[in-house]
Write a protein that binds this ligand. Sequence first.
Ligand code: C2E
Ligand code: MG
Ligand code: MG
Ligand code: MG
Length: 287
Amino acid sequence: RVKDEGRGTLRFFEAAMDEQLQARRRIEHELSGAIPRGELQLHCQPIVNGRTGVIETFEALIRWHHPERGCVPPAEFIPLAEQSEQILRIGAWVLDTACAAAATWPQPWRVAVNVSPKQFRQPGFAVSVAAALTRHGLPPRRLVLEITEGVFIQDAAMAVEVLTALRSLGVRLALDDFGTGYSSLSYLQRFKFDKIKIDQSFVRRLGQHADTLTILRAITHLGHNLGLQVTVEGVETPEQLAILRELGCDQMQGYLFARPGPMAALSELEPERLRALFDPESLQACA
Ligand code: C2E
Ligand code: MG
Ligand code: MG
Ligand code: MG
């Protein structure tokens, strides 16, 4: 009987795994037609100056509007796409769409684009970035590429070469999800990024762990001492904002300022409201 139960459990797991595999195949298949069907869209979220609240950059964040399942978050399909060649087509589409949009924005605003490791490692990536900039007449300094330490894993020397080529184009380079990987610190030594984006998990833990503040302070100092700008993600409350301002973070991003939204809604953002969050009075209110 025990043996039977074991077999039953095994069959149950097999069935569950089968279902998972099928669901993955289905998503993969559906994703391959998502670009031509116009189901992909870029949302944008502002990144504001950490002292004034003025919008400096918009991060482009992909959304998939699935005809039946509604809005599928990137966490559910980007990792899948990354396992096949699909990420290359999606990445090219994101870069092109983001550059086209940014070229129509008011001058000082930059666009930040997430680049997946596979896209980054593809031969000719820097050339394709240059081509997208030229195609839309976007000055290189208005493009920020957000990469993760994943680009270093297979061939670090090659990654540095690509980063150097991108740097010579004049685009800005940010190390995203900083602090979550395996050895973020060593990557800071291999290449001089323009900025680091501290992962939102740190801000989330601010109220819960006393040590988190110490870590955030240390990362900010480290970044500044290396001549890098420091951005924090996931700022949701005035209390977090007050703490992070005191640390001297250069830029902030989070629901407190604005949630990601369709590019067409950008004009609806109220600069006055953002600046008011940084008023001395509102600071005192939560001190
Ligand atoms: P990321 O680059 O670290 O982007 C920040 C994520 O944090 C976004 O999630 C954003 O919506 C979310 N976020 C911003 N402020 C807050 C906040 O105050 N609270 C909370 N809880 N979350 C906040 P999203 O849009 O779901 O994207 C998740 C990840 O998917 C991104 O993380 C990025 O790694 C990836 N991704 C998104 N778009 C693209 C893309 O076009 N290409 C590639 N390769 N990856 C992308
Ligand atoms: Mg990012
Ligand atoms: Mg991030
Ligand atoms: Mg992240």
